[in-house]
Design a protein around this ligand. Structure first.
Ligand code: NAP
Length: 199
């Protein structure tokens, strides 16, 4: 029985905060595979300057080379909205004997009960989450108790989070600042080559 982790994201763009999250959970849980799954269009937020899905997938592939992850374009190819429950159902069909772990940061964790079919999500995957604020862990522990009543199995890790977000990366990039400590070098080169987020 393999342990398969999924980090779903808008990845607009992927950055070192995402990779750090994966690394910390991989160290703790020892995943056999980690799959990055970029959303086609985020259903939960209006994203300013959303790069085309093909660019976000490509940047994930470049970042994945650094962390030994895989990238799936299943949500980008799917005609229906990028509901996480559909993604996990598809993975469960492909890997029926394996255990799925869905990784999230603080904000998404605290919104899980508002997602499409949350109880089914909890049947399909263990939820791994980490705070990205100093007071986050306490809120998450309280919320985990509520999720448990919905059948969720959660693993919370109080990791040393990196204060990086995609918005921060895009803003710094638009202002011509050095973003080499925020994203992998290959991602930065890709953004430059395709003039992403410049307008
Ligand atoms: P994102 O902005 O690219 O981020 C992906 C994940 O990485 C998020 O959970 C985020 O945490 C976390 N993260 C980013 N920077 C971090 C840092 N510096 N340290 C620690 N964690 C960090 O993607 P997103 O737009 O939040 O979407 C996440 C996933 O949730 C997607 O797969 C989306 O489809 C899914 N989702 C599904 C539904 C649904 O099915 N109805 C609804 C909402 C979201 P935060 O959570 O704190 O931002």
């Amino acid at each position: 029985m393999a342990k398969i982790a999924v980090l779903g994201g808008t990845f607009n763009p992927i950055h070192n905060g995402h990779l750090h999250l994966i690394k910390r959970f991989s160290e703790k849980i020892g995943f056999d595979r980690v799959i990055l799954i970029p959303t086609k269009v985020p259903i939960h937020k209006q994203e300013a300057c959303l790069a085309e899905a093909e660019h976000r997938v490509r940047m994930c592939q470049l970042a994945a080379m650094e962390c030994g992850c895989e990238v799936s374009d299943m949500e980008v190819r799917r005609k229906t909205p990028s509901y996480t429950v559909l993604t996990l159902e598809e993975l469960k069909r492909r890997f029926p004997k394996d255990t799925l772990y869905f990784i999230t940061g603080e904000d998404m964790f605290l919104s899980l009960l508002r997602w499409h079919k949350p109880d089914r999500i909890f049947q399909l995957a263990v939820i791994c989450s980490a705070p990205r604020s100093t007071e986050g862990m306490k809120k998450m522990e309280e919320y985990a108790k509520v999720l448990k009543t919905h059948g969720a199995v959660t693993i919370l890790e109080n990791i040393d989070f990196l204060p990086i977000s995609s918005t921060l990366v895009r803003t710094a990039w638009q202002n011509g600042e050095d973003i080499s400590s925020l994203v992998p070098a290959a991602v930065m080169a890709y953004m430059e080559r395709h003039r992403l987020y410049k307008e």
